[in-house]
Design a protein around this ligand. Structure first.
Ligand SMILES: [Zn+2]
Length: 163
């Protein structure tokens, strides 16, 4: 069990089963490279075998995102939502690293569903079919994160690293 205090004062926790403030981040590059190496790899094996050096937290109160080192449980970086402006809307992010974010609950619910259906989803199927509301792109210097709605590809919100 882990806890984290957000700058806004909110207490975050990953303790309760179906309510969690922890997110899992998969980069598109990582997924595609893994599929290429092993097209039959099950999504569950990818998800559970994967060693991420960080935990990703989201505060539902102030919408801040926090990256926390697993080694010493210290907050390494904080991102906060900023206002969309016309100038920012026109920034070309097509070469930025693309990633997806899932909650533990989403992934567990999917696994439960697969299990009920006696079915195991491959990572490729997960990547191609599992609905994601947003996709994200991070700037090369990792100061900004742009979130796009998957269906419309419209820029929905922007995060900026807090100093
Ligand atoms: Zn907060």
């Amino acid at each position: 069990m882990a806890r984290l205090k957000c700058t806004c004062g909110n207490s975050l926790s990953n303790s309760t089963d179906y309510e969690t403030d922890v997110y899992y981040i998969f980069s598109k590059k990582e997924i595609l490279e893994t599929i290429q190496k092993n097209p039959q790899l099950l999504y569950w094996d990818f998800y559970t075998d994967r060693e991420s050096p960080c935990d990703y937290w989201f505060c539902s109160r102030c919408k801040r995102m926090m990256i926390c080192s697993k080694e010493n449980n210290r907050v390494e970086r904080v991102y906060k939502p900023i206002r969309l402006t016309d100038e920012k809307m026109t920034i070309d992010t097509s070469t930025w690293l693309e990633f997806y974010s899932f909650t533990d609950n989403e992934l567990l619910a999917l696994t439960d569903k697969n299990y009920e259906q006696g079915y195991e989803m491959t990572l490729q199927e997960f990547y191609e079919k599992y609905p994601r509301k947003y996709f994200y792109r991070i700037s090369p210097e990792e100061k900004r994160i742009f979130a796009y709605e998957t269906a419309s590809k419209k820029l929905s919100f922007i995060y900026e690293q807090e100093e």
